[in-house]
Design a protein around this ligand. Structure first.
Ligand SMILES: O=C(O)CCC(=O)C(=O)O
Length: 271
């Protein structure tokens, strides 16, 4: 057992020394072992989901009147993405796209640094649980900056939520990230978020309520250090989405995300 542990550590150190990109590789050896052995990191869902959940009987007219311009909503069973999900397993994606380059961003509010790596290297070397002590600006996240020519045949199998906002067109951002990773608070135009595998916990504030956060720290450190000190009135709206659900966020709403598991996800921005 001790020997096997030693071999795993040596292998990890060897992987670490071969890392393909010139950025600080910000996950501890311990967290990498946890991921390899697929142990739980103990991240949990919120005690009370405070985002409304609606089922697929929600009509487009109700969506426009009740949510599109005013508040977030989670809609269940709006589309069937089982075919897309089958194409997004680790094995299928590696087989199809393993040798393609993907562009990673640092996981801070204003994504400063971009790094290109082979998709296989991202999955095998960088896709790890988030280390709580690591800065978001030292953590690489695969989300967006997708090559729609190379990955087009995959994205065309995705069924986007059918609710459009008049005068907008849709743009996809696809991502894969480890448990405990996420994007710290930021805002932009409206959109939908869906997890294909895994779970993603969302934190949202209306435009007039700027959250207390450090743009270079991760959502995980915010959850552990800032969130417990918030008064009830300062708590965000929050909820965890699962495969088969989409979360809608309106224009200018502050939002931060936390992947509770290794997750595959896609956002549809309405711009
Ligand atoms: O899915 C994520 O982790 C990030 C999503 C996000 O922040 C966005 O869609 O704007």
């Amino acid at each position: 057992m001790v020997l096997a542990y030693g071999v795993v550590v040596l292998l990890l150190l060897w992987f670490h020394s071969r890392r393909p990109v010139n950025v600080k590789f910000c996950s501890s050896v311990t967290s990498r072992i946890l991921w390899l052995m697929n142990w739980s990191t103990g991240l949990s869902e919120e005690e009370h989901c405070t985002v409304e959940r609606r089922d697929a009987s929600l009509t487009y007219a109700e969506f426009i009147q009740q949510y599109a311009f005013s508040r977030p909503v989670i809609i269940q069973g709006l589309t069937d993405n089982s075919e897309f999900q089958a194409l997004c397993t680790k094995e299928r994606l590696l087989e199809e796209y393993g040798e393609r380059l993907v562009r990673l961003s640092t996981a801070n509010t204003y994504s400063y640094q971009k790094v290109n790596v082979r998709f296989r290297e991202y999955v095998e070397l960088l896709l790890k649980p988030q280390d709580q002590d690591c800065l978001g600006s030292d953590t690489l996240y695969f989300f967006g900056d997708n090559n729609f020519t190379e990955w087009g045949s995959l994205f065309e199998k995705y069924s986007a939520p059918p609710f459009q906002i008049p005068g907008t067109s849709k743009a996809y951002s696809f991502g894969i990230a480890g448990s405990g990773t996420g994007v710290p608070f930021h805002w932009h135009g409206p959109g939908f978020s869906e997890v294909i595998f895994g779970r993603k916990r969302w934190f949202l504030y209306p435009p007039e309520k700027t959250p207390e956060f450090n743009p270079n720290r991760t959502t995980l450190s915010w959850l552990m250090e800032t969130y417990p000190l918030l008064l009830d009135v300062d708590r965000p709206l929050e909820c965890t989405i699962h495969p088969g659900e989409v979360l809608y966020f309106p224009d200018h709403w502050w939002h931060a995300t936390l992947n509770l598991d290794t997750s595959v996800f896609i956002s549809t921005f309405l711009g």
